[in-house]
Write a protein that binds this ligand. Structure first.
Ligand code: 3EB
Length: 337
Protein backbone atom coordinates (compact mmCIF):
# COMPACT_ATOMS: atom_id res chain seq x y z
CA UNK A 1 0.00 0.00 0.00
CA UNK A 2 1.19 3.50 -0.77
CA UNK A 3 1.80 5.48 2.38
CA UNK A 4 0.70 9.04 1.68
CA UNK A 5 3.20 11.76 2.45
CA UNK A 6 2.19 13.84 5.40
CA UNK A 7 3.30 17.38 4.75
CA UNK A 8 2.38 19.38 1.71
CA UNK A 9 4.79 20.68 -0.88
CA UNK A 10 4.11 24.14 -2.20
CA UNK A 11 5.58 26.08 -5.06
CA UNK A 12 5.45 29.75 -5.91
CA UNK A 13 7.28 32.28 -8.05
CA UNK A 14 9.08 35.09 -6.27
CA UNK A 15 11.17 37.99 -7.58
CA UNK A 16 14.83 37.48 -6.68
CA UNK A 17 14.83 40.85 -4.92
CA UNK A 18 12.24 39.49 -2.47
CA UNK A 19 14.12 36.22 -1.97
CA UNK A 20 17.10 38.18 -0.70
CA UNK A 21 14.96 39.84 1.98
CA UNK A 22 13.38 36.73 3.46
CA UNK A 23 14.01 36.03 7.15
CA UNK A 24 15.55 32.83 8.54
CA UNK A 25 12.08 31.50 9.51
CA UNK A 26 11.07 31.61 5.86
CA UNK A 27 14.21 29.80 4.73
CA UNK A 28 13.64 27.11 7.38
CA UNK A 29 10.72 25.84 5.28
CA UNK A 30 12.38 26.18 1.88
CA UNK A 31 13.46 22.93 0.28
CA UNK A 32 14.96 24.50 -2.78
CA UNK A 33 14.94 27.30 -5.31
CA UNK A 34 15.65 27.64 -9.02
CA UNK A 35 16.49 31.25 -9.94
CA UNK A 36 16.45 32.62 -13.47
CA UNK A 37 18.46 35.70 -14.35
CA UNK A 38 21.94 37.03 -14.97
CA UNK A 39 24.86 36.49 -12.56
CA UNK A 40 23.01 36.18 -9.28
CA UNK A 41 24.97 36.30 -6.04
CA UNK A 42 24.51 33.14 -3.99
CA UNK A 43 21.98 33.65 -1.21
CA UNK A 44 21.84 30.08 0.02
CA UNK A 45 23.35 26.69 -0.74
CA UNK A 46 20.45 24.91 -2.34
CA UNK A 47 19.63 27.65 -4.83
CA UNK A 48 20.26 26.81 -8.47
CA UNK A 49 21.09 29.93 -10.42
CA UNK A 50 20.38 29.61 -14.14
CA UNK A 51 21.33 32.33 -16.64
CA UNK A 52 18.07 32.25 -18.61
CA UNK A 53 16.67 35.75 -19.17
CA UNK A 54 13.19 36.27 -17.71
CA UNK A 55 10.73 37.81 -20.14
CA UNK A 56 7.92 40.08 -18.96
CA UNK A 57 9.46 40.74 -15.51
CA UNK A 58 12.28 43.20 -14.97
CA UNK A 59 14.60 41.45 -12.51
CA UNK A 60 15.51 37.85 -11.85
CA UNK A 61 12.69 35.50 -10.87
CA UNK A 62 12.71 32.39 -8.68
CA UNK A 63 10.74 29.15 -8.49
CA UNK A 64 10.53 28.30 -4.78
CA UNK A 65 9.66 24.88 -3.34
CA UNK A 66 8.50 24.95 0.27
CA UNK A 67 7.49 22.30 2.74
CA UNK A 68 5.72 22.42 6.07
CA UNK A 69 8.43 20.52 7.98
CA UNK A 70 11.66 22.35 8.93
CA UNK A 71 14.59 21.85 6.59
CA UNK A 72 18.31 21.35 7.25
CA UNK A 73 21.08 21.77 4.70
CA UNK A 74 24.14 19.76 3.73
CA UNK A 75 26.84 19.30 1.13
CA UNK A 76 28.37 16.22 -0.48
CA UNK A 77 30.96 16.52 -3.23
CA UNK A 78 29.61 18.97 -5.81
CA UNK A 79 26.06 18.72 -4.49
CA UNK A 80 24.40 21.12 -2.10
CA UNK A 81 21.11 20.01 -0.65
CA UNK A 82 18.33 20.77 1.82
CA UNK A 83 16.13 18.08 3.32
CA UNK A 84 13.53 17.20 5.93
CA UNK A 85 12.03 13.83 6.87
CA UNK A 86 10.24 13.46 3.54
CA UNK A 87 12.08 15.26 0.78
CA UNK A 88 15.51 16.35 -0.35
CA UNK A 89 16.15 19.09 -2.89
CA UNK A 90 19.67 19.40 -4.28
CA UNK A 91 21.64 21.35 -6.84
CA UNK A 92 24.85 20.67 -8.71
CA UNK A 93 26.69 22.80 -11.26
CA UNK A 94 29.65 21.48 -13.23
CA UNK A 95 31.90 23.56 -15.50
CA UNK A 96 32.56 21.66 -18.70
CA UNK A 97 36.08 23.13 -18.75
CA UNK A 98 36.85 20.94 -15.73
CA UNK A 99 36.28 17.79 -17.81
CA UNK A 100 38.72 16.64 -20.44
CA UNK A 101 36.74 14.83 -23.08
CA UNK A 102 38.35 12.70 -25.75
CA UNK A 103 37.37 11.67 -29.29
CA UNK A 104 34.60 9.38 -28.05
CA UNK A 105 33.14 11.40 -25.15
CA UNK A 106 32.59 15.14 -24.91
CA UNK A 107 33.14 17.12 -21.71
CA UNK A 108 29.35 17.67 -21.47
CA UNK A 109 28.69 13.94 -21.67
CA UNK A 110 31.25 13.22 -18.94
CA UNK A 111 29.91 16.03 -16.76
CA UNK A 112 26.33 14.72 -17.10
CA UNK A 113 27.42 11.18 -16.25
CA UNK A 114 29.29 12.36 -13.14
CA UNK A 115 26.43 14.60 -11.99
CA UNK A 116 23.85 11.83 -12.29
CA UNK A 117 26.13 9.26 -10.67
CA UNK A 118 26.80 11.58 -7.73
CA UNK A 119 23.15 12.54 -7.33
CA UNK A 120 21.92 8.94 -7.22
CA UNK A 121 24.75 7.93 -4.92
CA UNK A 122 23.82 10.73 -2.51
CA UNK A 123 20.13 9.77 -2.64
CA UNK A 124 21.03 6.16 -1.79
CA UNK A 125 23.18 7.34 1.12
CA UNK A 126 20.54 9.74 2.48
CA UNK A 127 17.80 7.16 1.86
CA UNK A 128 15.62 9.24 -0.43
CA UNK A 129 15.43 6.64 -3.19
CA UNK A 130 12.67 8.15 -5.33
CA UNK A 131 13.40 11.09 -7.60
CA UNK A 132 10.30 13.15 -8.32
CA UNK A 133 11.74 15.82 -10.61
CA UNK A 134 14.97 16.81 -12.35
CA UNK A 135 15.71 20.28 -13.77
CA UNK A 136 18.49 20.25 -16.42
CA UNK A 137 20.11 23.34 -17.96
CA UNK A 138 23.14 23.49 -20.25
CA UNK A 139 24.72 25.97 -22.64
CA UNK A 140 24.44 25.72 -26.42
CA UNK A 141 22.00 22.79 -26.21
CA UNK A 142 21.61 22.57 -30.01
CA UNK A 143 25.35 22.89 -30.73
CA UNK A 144 27.33 19.99 -32.21
CA UNK A 145 30.61 18.23 -31.48
CA UNK A 146 31.76 14.61 -31.60
CA UNK A 147 29.25 14.10 -34.43
CA UNK A 148 26.40 14.56 -31.96
CA UNK A 149 24.13 17.40 -30.86
CA UNK A 150 25.00 18.53 -27.33
CA UNK A 151 21.55 17.62 -25.95
CA UNK A 152 22.13 14.09 -27.25
CA UNK A 153 25.57 14.04 -25.63
CA UNK A 154 23.84 14.98 -22.39
CA UNK A 155 21.39 12.10 -22.86
CA UNK A 156 24.27 9.63 -23.33
CA UNK A 157 25.91 10.88 -20.13
CA UNK A 158 22.65 10.96 -18.15
CA UNK A 159 21.88 7.33 -19.01
CA UNK A 160 25.45 6.26 -18.23
CA UNK A 161 25.28 7.94 -14.81
CA UNK A 162 21.92 6.37 -13.94
CA UNK A 163 22.95 2.90 -15.14
CA UNK A 164 26.26 3.09 -13.24
CA UNK A 165 24.21 3.45 -10.04
CA UNK A 166 21.83 0.64 -10.94
CA UNK A 167 18.90 2.86 -11.84
CA UNK A 168 16.25 2.12 -14.47
CA UNK A 169 16.32 4.14 -17.69
CA UNK A 170 13.13 2.63 -19.08
CA UNK A 171 10.29 3.07 -16.64
CA UNK A 172 9.03 4.70 -13.47
CA UNK A 173 11.07 7.77 -14.36
CA UNK A 174 10.80 11.20 -12.74
CA UNK A 175 9.43 14.33 -14.36
CA UNK A 176 12.10 16.54 -15.92
CA UNK A 177 12.98 19.43 -18.16
CA UNK A 178 16.05 20.12 -20.29
CA UNK A 179 16.74 23.60 -21.64
CA UNK A 180 19.54 25.53 -23.23
CA UNK A 181 21.13 28.76 -22.02
CA UNK A 182 23.53 30.97 -23.95
CA UNK A 183 26.30 30.34 -21.41
CA UNK A 184 26.98 28.79 -18.01
CA UNK A 185 27.82 25.41 -16.52
CA UNK A 186 25.78 22.22 -16.68
CA UNK A 187 23.23 23.02 -13.96
CA UNK A 188 20.99 20.40 -12.42
CA UNK A 189 18.45 20.47 -9.60
CA UNK A 190 16.55 17.49 -8.22
CA UNK A 191 13.71 16.76 -5.81
CA UNK A 192 13.51 13.28 -4.29
CA UNK A 193 11.48 11.65 -1.58
CA UNK A 194 10.84 8.56 0.53
CA UNK A 195 7.66 7.65 -1.35
CA UNK A 196 7.61 6.61 -5.00
CA UNK A 197 5.69 9.03 -7.23
CA UNK A 198 3.35 7.64 -9.85
CA UNK A 199 4.97 8.10 -13.27
CA UNK A 200 2.43 9.45 -15.74
CA UNK A 201 2.73 9.02 -19.51
CA UNK A 202 0.80 10.79 -22.26
CA UNK A 203 -1.30 8.68 -24.66
CA UNK A 204 -0.70 11.31 -27.38
CA UNK A 205 3.09 10.99 -27.08
CA UNK A 206 5.54 8.13 -27.31
CA UNK A 207 7.31 7.54 -24.00
CA UNK A 208 10.50 9.59 -24.24
CA UNK A 209 12.57 6.62 -23.09
CA UNK A 210 11.31 4.79 -26.23
CA UNK A 211 12.08 7.52 -28.79
CA UNK A 212 13.56 5.94 -31.96
CA UNK A 213 17.35 6.22 -32.48
CA UNK A 214 16.91 9.09 -34.96
CA UNK A 215 16.74 11.32 -31.84
CA UNK A 216 20.11 10.13 -30.59
CA UNK A 217 21.94 7.00 -29.46
CA UNK A 218 20.50 7.14 -25.92
CA UNK A 219 16.96 8.19 -25.09
CA UNK A 220 15.99 10.90 -22.62
CA UNK A 221 14.98 9.50 -19.23
CA UNK A 222 11.83 11.17 -17.99
CA UNK A 223 8.11 10.58 -17.64
CA UNK A 224 5.57 13.11 -18.82
CA UNK A 225 4.58 13.83 -15.20
CA UNK A 226 5.16 12.63 -11.65
CA UNK A 227 2.23 12.43 -9.25
CA UNK A 228 2.76 12.36 -5.50
CA UNK A 229 -0.05 10.76 -3.56
CA UNK A 230 -1.26 12.57 -0.47
CA UNK A 231 -3.85 11.78 2.12
CA UNK A 232 -5.60 15.07 1.36
CA UNK A 233 -5.02 16.01 -2.26
CA UNK A 234 -2.01 15.36 -4.48
CA UNK A 235 1.01 17.10 -5.92
CA UNK A 236 1.72 17.02 -9.66
CA UNK A 237 4.92 17.79 -11.57
CA UNK A 238 4.44 18.06 -15.34
CA UNK A 239 7.64 17.71 -17.39
CA UNK A 240 8.71 20.17 -20.01
CA UNK A 241 6.08 19.73 -22.72
CA UNK A 242 6.42 20.69 -26.36
CA UNK A 243 4.66 20.36 -29.70
CA UNK A 244 5.47 16.67 -30.06
CA UNK A 245 2.87 14.08 -31.00
CA UNK A 246 4.00 10.48 -31.21
CA UNK A 247 7.70 11.27 -31.45
CA UNK A 248 7.47 13.97 -34.12
CA UNK A 249 7.75 17.72 -33.78
CA UNK A 250 4.65 19.35 -35.25
CA UNK A 251 3.85 22.84 -36.62
CA UNK A 252 7.35 23.78 -37.72
CA UNK A 253 7.80 27.55 -37.73
CA UNK A 254 4.35 28.19 -36.19
CA UNK A 255 4.73 29.25 -32.57
CA UNK A 256 0.99 29.70 -32.00
CA UNK A 257 0.16 26.18 -33.17
CA UNK A 258 3.14 24.76 -31.22
CA UNK A 259 1.87 26.42 -28.04
CA UNK A 260 -1.63 25.05 -28.61
CA UNK A 261 -0.25 21.55 -29.23
CA UNK A 262 1.91 21.69 -26.08
CA UNK A 263 -1.17 22.66 -24.06
CA UNK A 264 -3.16 19.80 -25.63
CA UNK A 265 -0.40 17.53 -24.39
CA UNK A 266 -0.58 18.99 -20.88
CA UNK A 267 -4.38 18.58 -20.90
CA UNK A 268 -3.94 14.91 -21.87
CA UNK A 269 -1.46 14.41 -19.01
CA UNK A 270 -3.92 16.03 -16.60
CA UNK A 271 -6.62 13.63 -17.72
CA UNK A 272 -4.42 10.62 -16.96
CA UNK A 273 -3.39 12.10 -13.60
CA UNK A 274 -7.00 12.82 -12.66
CA UNK A 275 -7.91 9.16 -13.21
CA UNK A 276 -5.44 8.30 -10.42
CA UNK A 277 -7.13 10.56 -7.89
CA UNK A 278 -9.72 9.32 -5.46
CA UNK A 279 -10.98 12.84 -4.93
CA UNK A 280 -10.36 16.27 -6.43
CA UNK A 281 -8.98 16.94 -9.86
CA UNK A 282 -6.27 18.95 -11.56
CA UNK A 283 -7.35 21.74 -13.91
CA UNK A 284 -5.33 23.74 -16.45
CA UNK A 285 -6.54 26.88 -14.66
CA UNK A 286 -4.94 25.90 -11.35
CA UNK A 287 -1.42 25.03 -12.51
CA UNK A 288 1.73 27.08 -12.05
CA UNK A 289 3.54 27.40 -15.38
CA UNK A 290 7.14 27.96 -16.42
CA UNK A 291 7.14 28.79 -20.12
CA UNK A 292 10.37 28.67 -22.15
CA UNK A 293 10.20 30.72 -25.35
CA UNK A 294 12.97 30.33 -27.92
CA UNK A 295 12.57 33.75 -29.52
CA UNK A 296 11.76 36.62 -27.14
CA UNK A 297 9.77 38.26 -29.95
CA UNK A 298 7.24 35.38 -29.75
CA UNK A 299 6.33 36.15 -26.12
CA UNK A 300 3.03 37.90 -26.83
CA UNK A 301 1.79 35.13 -29.14
CA UNK A 302 2.66 32.39 -26.64
CA UNK A 303 1.10 34.36 -23.81
CA UNK A 304 -2.12 34.95 -25.70
CA UNK A 305 -2.54 31.21 -26.33
CA UNK A 306 -1.80 30.24 -22.73
CA UNK A 307 -4.22 32.86 -21.40
CA UNK A 308 -6.91 31.75 -23.85
CA UNK A 309 -6.56 28.11 -22.76
CA UNK A 310 -5.79 28.40 -19.04
CA UNK A 311 -7.20 31.83 -18.22
CA UNK A 312 -5.51 35.01 -17.05
CA UNK A 313 -5.60 34.05 -13.38
CA UNK A 314 -2.68 31.59 -13.53
CA UNK A 315 0.72 31.84 -11.89
CA UNK A 316 3.23 31.91 -14.74
CA UNK A 317 6.74 32.97 -15.60
CA UNK A 318 8.22 33.31 -19.08
CA UNK A 319 11.91 32.71 -19.83
CA UNK A 320 14.00 32.86 -22.98
CA UNK A 321 15.60 29.47 -23.63
CA UNK A 322 16.61 27.08 -26.37
CA UNK A 323 14.58 23.87 -26.49
CA UNK A 324 16.22 20.48 -26.95
CA UNK A 325 15.10 20.10 -30.56
CA UNK A 326 16.20 22.92 -32.87
CA UNK A 327 12.73 23.23 -34.44
CA UNK A 328 10.79 23.58 -31.18
CA UNK A 329 9.88 27.20 -30.41
CA UNK A 330 8.26 26.73 -27.01
CA UNK A 331 8.31 24.33 -24.05
CA UNK A 332 5.92 24.52 -21.12
CA UNK A 333 6.27 22.85 -17.73
CA UNK A 334 3.72 23.02 -14.96
CA UNK A 335 3.22 22.03 -11.37
CA UNK A 336 0.60 21.97 -8.71
CA UNK A 337 2.02 21.85 -5.19
C1 3EB B 1 10.31 16.16 -25.38
O1 3EB B 1 9.13 15.93 -25.12
C2 3EB B 1 10.75 17.58 -25.24
O2 3EB B 1 15.53 15.46 -21.63
O3 3EB B 1 14.83 15.63 -19.59
C3 3EB B 1 11.10 17.61 -22.24
C4 3EB B 1 11.25 17.28 -20.89
C5 3EB B 1 12.14 17.37 -23.10
C6 3EB B 1 12.42 16.70 -20.42
C7 3EB B 1 14.68 15.80 -20.81
C8 3EB B 1 13.31 16.78 -22.63
C9 3EB B 1 13.46 16.45 -21.30
O4 3EB B 1 11.09 15.30 -25.78
C10 3EB B 1 12.04 17.73 -24.55
Amino acid sequence: MIKPVASHLQNEYLPYAELQQQPAEWWAQVLGVVCFGEQLPVVNGAVLSVTLPPLLTAGAICEVWQSAAPVTSGQEGNIQYRCNDEFVFGVVTLEEADFSGDESSSALQLAAALAYRQIVSLLDTLRFPHVVRFWNYMSDINGHSHGLERYRQFNVGRQAGLLAQGRSVTGGLPAACALGASAGPLSIAFLAGKVAPIAIENPRQLNACAYPPVYGPRSPTFSRAALLPWSGGACLFISGTASIVGHESLHLGNVVAQTQEALENIAAVLEVANRQLACGRFDLRDLHYTVYVKHAADLDKVRAVLNAVAGTDIQVIYLQADVCRQELLVEIEAARG
